[in-house]
Design a protein around this ligand. Sequence first.
Ligand code: ATP
Ligand code: MG
Length: 421
Amino acid sequence: MTESKHIITRDQHSVSRKDISDNALKVLYRLNKAGYDAFLVGGGVRDILLGLHPKDFDITTNATPEQIRSLFRNSRIIGRRFKLVHIMFGRDIIEVATFRAHCDSNIEQAKEGMILRDNVYGTIEEDAERRDFTVNALYYSVKDFSVHDYCGGLTDLRKRQLRMIGDPETRYREDPVRMLRAVRLATKLNLSIEPKTLEPITELAPLMEQVPAARLFEEYRKMFLSGKGEDTFKALQELGLLQKLFPATDTLLAEHQDFETFIHAALENTDKRIASDNTVNPAFLIAVFLWQPLLERAHQLETKGMNFNDAFFKSMGYMLSEQSRYISIPKRYSLVIRDIWALQVRLPQRFGKKVWSVLSHPRFRAAYDFLMLRAESDPSLREVADWWTKFQDADKATQQAMLPKNKRRKSKRRRKPKGND
Ligand code: ATP
Ligand code: MG
């Protein structure tokens, strides 16, 4: 499988030590000094070669996790799918992995071909072969500042293409998350997905169902909170992957033009926030993606005789647990999602004390942003959205003037939020 090894000397590539964090360099030097081979690998090398600034640096070595651990006091062995060492420099963590083999006899495979356990160390060549894309299998050494290319990654980088190492179908079957990584990396790096790498995805998309929901939350974060959420969403939708991640969302998108408008407005907004270094909460987009499904569910319960409020609040729990079958949503985020949704019912009710409790709610800002985005596809929400825009920044006197004068409300029934339908 391995194409001939190419060692590219320092004068023939653009990776230099100044692109690499001091902590990553420290780790590389110390491993070398102790007699081990050590390389910067993966996204770090790839991004530098593309002229980008990598956010994290992964290191790989022939030292075992225990040997690495004994070299760095500030380190700990972590073992999820395989053992890794985290070396801590304050808040900066450098991840070091031992070369891994891809040796059939040591791999436990499910019948669909998915690898269940493969914690076996190997040579650097084997390590390269088990990586996903050729551009991710480039190794940089600080011994002689060379780049080692075992799979043709440099040629692919020059062609600006993302190509799977080995047979794409087999590799997707081993780990279906590679389909998401293909979409995410191609979008993030502006690379085209090489035709043979692209071709099997739609057919194999159902394999996503085998991936643990907890792992998919991390992928969700990377796909949607890295500044290219809108492009990623479109690509996932086109390739049939969205159906496997957010099935209720994907189904309703086809039926509701304004739901699609709402989602794209939210994705565009998130991408802009990231571009200008504003914080983004992973809960927000999930609240957006599940909004129409939530309303549909609530309407269904209403037709069975439940009042809107009960139907709406009951549907919140239902939607979150349904979605968690695909992508698990940590509790701290599902609470935020519930707050954002619940506030959509409260925001239109601008009466007396309620206004102040809404305004001081810790999720007011997120709920207001959510309402503003809904208003982009639903003009009937414009008035209430504009009211809150003005109210939140107004001085006390103006705020008082904006509120109705001690009018007693006739009905206690909460108003139902207008849907994006
Ligand atoms: P980024 O950090 O920019 O999101 P990355 O490619 O560095 O991208 P990581 O998740 O940090 O992504 O993984 C580091 C490296 O580990 C990858 O470059 C790749 O070589 C390898 N890798 C990660 N996930 C897989 C996988 N599912 N299958 C095979 N190799 C993988
Ligand atoms: Mg990385």
